[in-house]
Design a protein around this ligand. Structure first.
Ligand SMILES: C=Cc1c2[nH]c(c1C)Cc1[nH]c(c(CCC(=O)O)c1C)Cc1[nH]c(c(C)c1CCC(=O)O)Cc1[nH]c(c(C)c1C=C)C2
Length: 475
């Protein structure tokens, strides 16, 4: 079967990897920009012993998606930097709220004291869930904010759930679907009338399958995954920066004669009963099946001519812009180490959060921070398009205040990531089902994978590519 992939980010390269494994060649990956990796970008300042990441920097080795990524990392022979559960970066996560830095609880003991910014012990929120009846009419979906507020109270919704949503998708918890992060809890509540009640009852239910045993690893669990479990990794990075993952994938594919075409954008797709014709640089390239890893809004115009309603469905998945500011300060300046801090949206500050890179990874005598701003609130704070200098100054002044740092950063970078994170707003699951059902109904030789559909994390997009490739019908 002749196949092609649209997009050379992590999901596109992964689709290429799994297509090669399943169908062999010929296989071409088309990437519009001059590089692979998409949002994954590392600036490795070996001379100064630090790395600036403008995208993700850590991966969680959790469950089937985590095991799947580690299988790939193992195959590519990449050097990992594990962060164990006992590491300070795994244990300490903070909020900046009510004018102070607040440590989030990291053990069950933390549920019993009163920890700012909360005004009551957290176990009371759990009790509230136990005594609160669920809505009579069953819900198909709702916002994660309204779910958390109904079950656990407004304080949890404002100071736990809302910042967590910022820290994953830079989104507003009042718009994001509960199914994005808490599908299991939501369904338990809908079925049993309460989250805790549901969790307790379902513990007694049988037929629980271990989630790494779903046929993906028929022969053996990936060795690295077994190691991650044994050594209790909470997360890991890659030596030299996370961009070494897409770089290694490109090398791997290139060495096996997969054609990775950079600066080559597909402008239109025309489907027929025998396959699909792709318009690439004024040429028509026919293939039997195409896998799109493009953001939904970029695939939409390519199918609009023949399939306007599919195009409209793709466009209904919203995206947000994020500002990323990397900063390096000489010396160890942090008073409290940890993974970083999140800023709850109720604080009405222009920051989403700050990652303490130099706590996660050894960067010698440097303090390296990544400030994230914008997201759902981008236009509100940055609608008048401030200059990179203004953005850096804003990020610096907030970091100095929050972390009590007097110094100015010595090196810095400002990145505007335009439409970088899809928002799984209420109804997202149904939207994705409708898109895939349309493709199935019209028997289009098209698969869609990537962050728009099956999860926004690195593990999610790699597994999304694998599952979509494995679901391609054999012609
Ligand atoms: C402040 C903004 C952001 C921070 N990270 C991201 C944004 C938008 C992006 C991001 N973070 C996570 C994911 C999911 C993939 C994954 O690795 O599982 C994405 C796309 C993971 C994550 N980060 C935080 C949480 C609670 C999670 C969920 C999984 C987990 O528990 O690890 C918290 C968090 N994110 C940021 C900070 C500063 C922070 C906590 C202090 C930055």
């Amino acid at each position: 079967m002749t196949t092609a992939v649209l997009g050379g980010g992590l999901s596109g390269l992964s689709a290429g990897y799994y297509l090669l494994r399943r169908f062999g060649k010929p296989l071409t990956i088309y990437e519009a920009s001059p590089r692979v990796g998409g949002w994954v970008r590392s600036e490795n300042r070996k001379d100064r012993n630090f790395i600036f990441e403008s995208g993700p920097r850590t991966i969680r080795p959790v469950g089937l998606p985590g095991a799947n990524t580690l299988e790939l990392v193992e195959e590519l022979k990449l050097e990992v930097t594990p962060i164990r559960r006992s590491h300070v970066a795994a244990r300490n996560r903070m909020l900046y709220a009510k004018g102070q830095l607040c440590m989030l609880p990291n053990s069950p003991k933390g549920l019993f004291g009163v920890l700012p910014p909360f005004t009551k012990p957290l176990y009371k929120a759990v009790l509230r869930d136990l005594v609160t009846a669920s809505k009579k009419a069953k819900l198909e979906d709702e916002s994660i904010y309204s779910f958390a507020e109904r079950r656990f109270g407004k304080e949890i919704a404002d100071y736990a759930i809302s910042p967590m949503i910022c820290g994953i998708c830079a989104g507003d918890a009042r718009e994001i679907s509960v199914r994005f992060l808490m599908e299991g809890l939501f369904e338990k509540e809908q079925k049993y009338g309460g989250v805790l009640k549901g969790a307790l009852i379902s513990r007694f239910e049988k037929n629980k399958t271990k989630d790494t045993k779903d046929g993906l690893f028929a022969e053996r669990q990936p060795k690295l995954y077994a190691q991650a479990l044994k050594q209790k990794w909470a997360m890991y990075g890659l030596q030299g920066g996370l961009e070494n993952l897409p770089k290694a994938m490109r090398k791997y594919l290139g060495e096996r004669d997969v054609n990775v075409q950079l600066s080559n954008e597909c402008r239109n797709l025309t489907f027929s009963s025998t396959g699909v014709r792709m318009n690439i640089k004024d040429a028509e390239v026919p293939v039997e099946h195409v896998v799109s890893s493009l953001p939904a809004y970029k695939l939409a115009p390519l199918v609009k001519q023949q399939h306007p309603s599919l195009s409209a469905q793709l466009l209904s998945i919203p995206y947000v812009d994020v500002l990323v500011v990397n900063m390096q300060f000489p010396g160890k300046l942090l008073k409290q180490d940890g993974f970083g801090l999140l800023v709850p949206p109720v604080e009405k500050l222009p920051l989403l959060g700050v990652i303490f890179d130099s706590c996660c990874f050894d960067m010698g005598e440097n303090t390296v921070l990544t400030v994230m701003m914008g997201g759902h609130w981008f236009d509100q704070w940055f609608g008048d398009r401030p200059s990179p200098k203004q953005i850096l100054d804003l990020a610096t002044s907030h970091v100095q205040k929050m972390l009590q740092i007097r110094e100015e950063p010595k090196f810095s970078r400002v990145h505007t990531l335009h439409k970088c994170i899809p928002q799984y707003t209420v109804g997202h699951k149904r939207r994705v089902e409708a898109i895939r059902n349309y493709i199935k109904t019209y028997k289009l030789p098209l698969s869609v994978c990537g962050a728009a559909y099956d999860g926004v994390g690195i593990n999610d997009v790699i597994l999304s590519a694998r599952r979509q490739v494995e679901a391609i019908p054999l012609s």
